[in-house]
Design a protein around this ligand. Structure first.
Ligand code: SF4
Ligand code: SF4
Length: 399
């Protein structure tokens, strides 16, 4: 009788990009060709307790040119750049900075417009682009400007409130579209790799309950509460005063930015509801104004410390800075500081003329900051929760 043999299925080829790790160097990674997968970084990484291959597996993907594996790796976004692994690596491959550079590369790859790529890899062009965008915003508003008059600083007569409102809506629409397109690309890649489809997320009551727990872990605990970041990121910083520790400074920056965004949206909400017209003078303890002031203090403090540490390379976690990193810090800082100077001008007698120009600068920079958000590091604020959702979902399936 003739033997029946089952032919072995040919493995599907994995597309390789042999220039990948050199490409990652353009985004700030050091030369990781020296990494010999010794595992020292794994031993020191606080995230590797249940994964004996993190973070070196992602370095290996880069060495082998496995672009798709890199871009569909949810763990890439779990790393919070604490810098511990960089201190222990015997070959100075700087895995911490490698992970940060790979996230920049991922942001650029998820963005179809190629703006993010330009921001990261062409610093001169990116700087020119940023200046031109800010000037265009300022020129557009200035073209419609009204009088500088009255006893008090009437900033919304100088730049009409409805113009800022309409520009804000247009900018937000672009940001939401760019953000959603990037999130969809990322979720499709990770979902395919993890074999997680719509049915696994929403297909049954049990799936819905799992997804709700994973969403709470990703958004509530980790992104808004910064739970692991605060718990692990300050490890080894015992000699640093509490007010300079990275966990606190990062949290103040995040909450400062979100607080200012919330104050702006609430102010428009009160206007729409007819409770308070935008620009009406209110005392400093008025809730929305108080929220804006406290958020501004947090933002300016957080970004100032981050910038000083980056400049001095005083933070073990940050060993390299790209132009885009500086630009983001600069835009956040200028938005916060111009907001405070404007506030000061509003209280000064005689409606100082420079207050109007400060207002113009503040709005132009704030608009630019929001417009460029999906193309810079700020984008990790949305990509990270999506990846952490998949991380939490995997833990739900395999506790
Ligand atoms: S990055 Fe450094 S510590 Fe990590 S596996 Fe490679 S050589 Fe070892
Ligand atoms: S930077 Fe910190 S969290 Fe990221 S891989 Fe290194 S040790 Fe782990």
């Amino acid at each position: 009788m003739e033997a029946v043999t089952t032919p072995l299925a040919a493995p599907s080829p994995v597309p390789l990009d042999l220039g990948l790790y050199r490409e990652l160097q353009r985004y700030g990674a050091r030369d990781v060709s020296a990494c010999f997968s010794c595992g020292t970084c794994t031993a020191s990484c606080p995230l590797s307790q249940t994964d004996a291959t993190f973070p070196r597996r992602i370095i290996r993907y880069a060495q082998l040119g496995m672009k798709d594996a890199v871009l569909s790796s949810k763990e890439l976004w779990a790393c919070y750049q604490c810098g511990t692994c960089a201190e222990t690596c015997p070959t100075r491959a700087d895995p911490s900075e490698f992970m940060a550079a790979t996230r920049r590369y991922a942001i650029a790859s998820y963005d179809r417009t190629r703006i993010a790529r330009t921001m990261y890899t062409q610093p001169v062009l990116a700087t020119v682009l940023a200046v031109v965008v800010a000037l265009l915003f300022a020129a557009f508003m200035y073209a419609a400007h009204g009088p500088q008059s009255g006893e008090t600083l009437a900033v919304f007569e100088f730049i009409p409130g409805h113009l800022i409102h309409d520009m804000g809506i247009a900018v937000m629409a672009i940001v939401v579209l760019a953000g959603l397109a990037g999130i969809a690309t990322m979720a499709r890649r990770i979902g395919r790799r993890e074999d997680v489809g719509w049915g696994d997320v929403l297909g049954s009551r049990a799936a819905l309950a799992r997804s709700a727990r994973a969403a709470w872990s990703a958004v509530g605990r980790e992104s808004l509460g910064q739970a692991q970041f605060r718990a692990e990121c300050d490890t080894g910083q015992e000699a640093t005063p509490w007010y300079r520790r990275r966990g606190l400074v990062h949290a103040l920056t995040v909450w400062g930015f979100l607080g200012l965004l919330a104050a702006t949206v609430l102010d428009y909400g009160l206007d729409i509801l007819g409770i308070k017209a935008t620009g009406t003078p209110v005392p400093v303890w008025y809730p929305v104004r108080l929220l804006g002031t406290l958020a501004g203090i947090a933002l300016v403090y957080g970004t100032s410390v981050l910038a000083i540490d980056r400049y001095r390379a005083a933070n073990r976690a940050v060993t390299r800075s790209t132009t885009a990193d500086w630009m983001l810090l600069g835009l956040l800082w200028v938005t916060g500081v111009t907001g405070f100077v404007l506030e000061l001008a509003l209280y000064l007698p005689g409606a100082p003329a420079w207050g109007y120009w400060m207002f113009l600068l503040h709005v132009a920079v704030a608009m630019e900051l929001v417009l460029l958000a999906p193309f810079m590091k700020l984008a990790h604020a949305v990509y990270r929760p999506v990846a952490l959702f998949y991380v939490a979902l995997a833990k739900e399936a395999k506790p």
